[in-house]
Write a protein that binds this ligand. Structure first.
Ligand code: BGC
Length: 462
């Protein structure tokens, strides 16, 4: 059941990726029917990240109040509605409206889906299961690129937009068969429903009562503590907020969406003039992104979050610096090397900076502020996404590719320092063990050691 749940919840990621990527590929046929000036086109494109940004701010409260599953069902209905409106529009303002609706759905689902998976998964495979969400994002991006490669011609934009309704409806139908998060049920004071939910989620013979006891004890320990946005600034929770917001800042400022949104332009700047080479290299970007995310899912619960992050930041900054060198001194680096290095950059991203911020934001906040904390992390994700995507063309036209990529490389180097000094190792720990450590007064970054020490003391006491 848990694998089915992770697959259904991850459809939200597919829609995130599809709606991100589709706008690049529908433009040629859309422009024939609705010619748009740069300002209108920019606003129409940015409507998704803007809607998502607005929804991310509200998502935490709504999800805490109405439940993870019910809110995801509402988001699924919005996905289908937005896609159908986009396919049927008769004026540009309707498309802006449709994309705003899609953005709202994405913003809510980007908080709700990873949270729902993290709260229902057994902790030994939590990292891999939450990563299915990132895997689905990469599949969505690749499918939209491929759709662009295979479907072309007048009016095809309606089909491409309308296709988004199919996963939206599948998402809705799948959710109808799933139970609510047991942790949310405990939070709301329904332990019996939580037990029933756990029974459905776990294999026969699994010690459901022990798991439930841990959830109830943890919720009782939290009772009476503050819950609103202010609580995020308490000394016990602030470090988690810094990690979650910081990881998304680093994820976006690593330059990933400059590459995802503008891959063909980057290849053209690097000297590849033919449109078909550019498009093929772009599909290569999407494929490597997807395949390496699969590898990340295999490694994430085995070698741990921190080593993967350090590996990812180091690889991404080294790759960026080689591209900078190639742009400044074209004679030094053959042009095929640029494609290889850009793919290495994508692989470094996908093995760590892609999935890990989504995974970690769903793990490090105590239950009473989990929704709100994830809302803030998501605002960071969409806010910095918007800034990078919006400013990248201006940076290319102004200071140029080498300068912009140098900034990305330096920020990735900063990411290594941030990981070493701030990011805790959550691999293999239950959400409740992480929560107890947050309130122990010990620094968050010492999490794994702290929990091991606590367990040793408990064993001695026994
Ligand atoms: C990021 C997106 C990005 C995608 C690329 C996600 O984790 O949040 O902004 O486009 O990865 O795979």
């Amino acid at each position: 059941m848990i694998y089915f749940l992770a697959t259904v919840a991850a459809i939200a990621g597919f829609l995130f990726g599809y709606d991100e990527g589709v706008i690049a590929v529908v433009r040629p046929s859309l422009d024939k029917d609705f010619p748009m000036g740069p300002l209108v086109a920019g606003f129409m494109t940015a409507a998704v990240p803007l809607g998502a940004l607005a929804a991310a701010g509200l998502a935490g409260r709504i999800i805490d109040r109405f439940g993870r599953r019910r809110v995801l069902m509402a988001a699924a209905a919005l996905f289908a509605l937005g896609a159908l409106i986009a396919a049927a529009i008769t004026a540009v303002w309707m498309l802006v409206l449709a994309r705003l609706i899609l953005g709202l759905a994405i913003g809510v689902a980007a908080v709700g889906a990873p949270l729902y998976i993290a709260e229902t998964a057994p902790h030994r495979i939590r990292g891999a299961l939450v990563s299915t969400y990132q895997l689905a994002i990469t599949i969505g991006i690749l499918v939209s690129y491929l759709t662009g490669l295979f479907i072309s011609g007048d009016g095809t934009w309606r089909t491409m937009f309308g296709l988004g309704a199919v996963p939206g409806l599948l998402f809705l139908a799948g959710l109808a068969f799933l139970p609510e998060s047991p942790r949310w049920l405990v939070l709301k004071g329904f332990p019996d429903d939580a037990r029933a939910s756990l029974r459905r989620l776990r294999a026969a013979g699994w010690p459901v009562d022990g798991e439930l006891d841990e959830m109830v004890r943890s919720a009782q320990a939290q009772a009476g503590r503050k819950t609103g946005y202010r609580a995020l600034l308490e000394p016990a929770i602030r470090p988690a907020l810094i990690v979650a917001v910081g990881l998304f800042f680093l994820q976006q400022l690593s330059g990933i969406n400059a590459v995802i949104y503008y891959a063909p332009q980057i290849f053209s700047h690097a000297g590849f003039d033919s449109a078909s080479t550019q498009m093929l290299a772009t599909v290569g970007v999407g494929t490597v992104n997807l395949l390496t995310t699969v590898l990340a899912m295999f490694l994430i619960d085995r070698i741990g979050r921190r080593p993967l992050l350090i590996l990812g930041f180091a690889g991404a900054s080294a790759a960026m610096l080689v591209i900078v060198l190639a742009v400044i001194e074209p004679t030094l680096v053959p042009s095929w090397v640029i494609i290889v290095v850009l793919l290495l950059y994508i692989a470094s991203f996908a093995i760590s900076l892609g999935p890990l911020p989504h995974v970690m934001m769903s793990e490090i906040f105590p239950l009473r502020v989990r929704g709100l904390g994830m809302s803030m992390a998501s605002i960071s994700n969409w806010g910095f996404n918007f800034i990078v995507v919006f400013s990248f063309p201006l940076m290319l036209a102004g200071p140029g590719l080498a300068f912009t990529f140098t900034i990305f490389a330096v920020i990735c180097l900063g990411g290594i320092f941030f990981t070493m000094t701030r990011v805790p190792e959550t691999t293999g720990l239950s959400l409740e063990a992480i929560e107890t450590h947050c309130h122990s007064g010990r620094p968050l970054v010492t999490l794994k050691r702290g929990v091991a020490a606590g367990a040793a003391v408990a064993a001695e006491d026994d």
